[in-house]
Design a protein around this ligand. Sequence first.
Ligand code: ATP
Ligand code: MG
Length: 572
Amino acid sequence: MRWSQSFLPTLRDDPAGAEAASHILMVRAGLIRQLGAGLYSYLPLATRVMARIEAIVREEMTAIGGQELRLPALHPAEIWKESGRWDQVDATLFRLQDRRGADMALAMTAEEVFTSIARDDLASYRLLPQIWYQIQPKFRDEPRPKSGVLRGRQFLMKDSYSFDLDEAGLAESFQKHHDAYRRVYERCGLEPIPVEASSGTMGGSESVEFMAVCDAGEDWIVTCDGCGYAANLEKATSRHGGCGEADDPDSCPAPEKFATPDQRTIEELAQAFDFAPATRQIKTLVQVVDGQPVLFLLRGDYELNDVKQADALGTTDQRPARPEEIEKVLGAQAGSLGAVGVEEIEVYADESLRGRRGMVTGANEDGFHLRHVDVERDLPQVKWVDVRSVVEGEGCSNCGEPIALKKTIEIGHIFKLGVRYSEPMRARVLTAEGKETPLVMGSYGIGIDRIMAAAIEAHHDDDGIVWPKSIAPFDVVVSPVKMKDEVQRDAAEKLYAELREAGFEVLLDDRDERPGVKFKDADLIGVPFRIVPGPRALVNGNVEFVTRGDRSGEKEEVPLGDVVEELRRRLA
Ligand code: ATP
Ligand code: MG
C-alpha cells in the first residue's frame, strides 16, 4: 500500500481520557475511533491486525478438528429461557423487542444456539465428538466499559463448543482447546498464565482462564513461584497468615460486653484497644442474598470476595444490605454488628475464623462490642465457607512458599460445561446401547480484539507499538528519505514491487514529508522492519535496514539485491 493514498490517521497527542497504553496507542496510531461508550470503529490498520489474529485462530482450531459455523448474533429469548439464563444473567445481556413485541437478546455467548443445533442434528453417538466454532461479534452491557477495546460493549470473539458422549470425551476436547489456545497465544507474541477460575453459577466443573499480565488489567491472579500454582483471586486459596492466632488463649471466659462509643471501624477499634488488633476481630457483613438477609463473618483484616460468595451460596443475586435493612435484622447499625446469639438468619463464617478464641465482635447494640468470643463455643450456628480474598505473601496452599498477586487481563477462557445446557434444553444422543444420554459439552472463548490490545500492552515503547511480527499490519515499510529525489524514488519503487512480488505486506511511505515525520509515524504504527533507501547507503548499493524496537543503536546496511532474502530470513 502507498501511504499517500492510505487511510492511516496518526495523531501526535494522546487522546483525552485514555489511560491504558493500548488504548492511547490504538487511537494515536490510527487503529480505532470511538463511537460511544465501549463501542469502537476499527480502521484499516486494525482490521489488518485482526485478520491476522483470526487466521491464526482458524488454523489452530482447524488443527484440533474445529469446524467453522456462522450463527445469528440476534437471538430469540425462548432459547435463553429454555436454558434458564434469561433470568440468571444480569443486565449484561442486551435485551430488546422486535416489532411484534417478542423478546430478543444480542449474543453475549452462544451456548443456547449451538445447543439447539446439536439437539436437532446430533442424534447418535456415532457423530461424536464434534467441535464447532465461529468468529462473531459479541455484545455485553459491561458495567464499566473502559481501556478502549480491552473491555468493549461490542467485541469479536472466537467461541467454540464441544459435544461429547461422556466426561472422558469432554476431558479430551478440553485438553485440545487448552493446547490450541497456548499455540494461538505463542504465535501472537503473548505469554498468558493459565489459571484455575471460578466456574460461577453457570454450572460446569472445571474452568481455566488465560491471563495476560498487564497494567490495564482488572483481574487479580495469584501465583506461586515455588510450585507453579496459579489461580484467579476469585478462586485462590492460601495458608492464611497466622498473625495473632499463635497467641490465642487456650480457653476464654464468657463473652463480655464493653463500651465502644467512638469506635465503629476495624481500625478505630484496633487503635483504641490493645486486645483488639484487626486479626483478633470478627468482621460482620450483612448481605441480601436471593432477597433474604444473610451474615458473613471474616477476620477483621480480610476482605469478602463476592465471586467466592456467589460460588459458596450458588447464586449471584446478592448485594450489601442497606442501613435500614441492617438495623431491622440486627437491631444495630454497621459498626457494632455481630453474630453471637443470632439465630433467625443464616450465618456464614470464613474458614480463617475456625477455632479462634479471644475474639472481639460487635454486640448488636450501638456503641458496644463483645470480647472473649470463642468462635466454636459462641458461634455454633455458623456454616463454614471460603469467601475471603487471599493476601500477597501468604503461604501457598500447595507448597507454603509466599504467593504473589498480579494484575491481569483475561484473554481466553475454556470451560467444562458438562450437561449444564444439554439437560434443560434436552439435547440428547443415543448411545451404542441405544440409551438416551445428554450431550456433554464444553465452551471456549477467545477475544480477538482483546488479543490485539493485549499484544500492544505487552509490546510497545515510548515511540509507539512494537508489533509481534506474526500479527503486524505490515511486514515492512519502505521509507525513502526524500521521495522527490529520483535515485531514491526509483530504488524505493523497485523495492516496493520486488517485496510485494515476494509475498510480503509492504507499505511504501511515498509521502512528501520530512524523514523525521515519516520515521516517527512508522515507529508509532509499529511495523517490524523499515527499509530506508537513503542517499548515503545507496551510493554503496545498499539500503538502511531498521528493526523496530531494536535498541542497540547500530545502523545496519543491506545490499539492495539481498533485501528480499534478508527480510524472508528475519520474518521466518
Ligand atoms: P472478563 O472477566 O474480563 O469480563 P469474561 O470472563 O466475561 O471476561 P468470557 O465470558 O470468558 O469473558 O469471554 C471469553 C473471552 O472474550 C474473554 O476471555 C475475552 O478474551 C473476551 N471478552 C470478554 N468480555 C470482553 C469485553 N467486554 N471486551 C473485549 N473482549 C472481551
Ligand atoms: Mg471468563
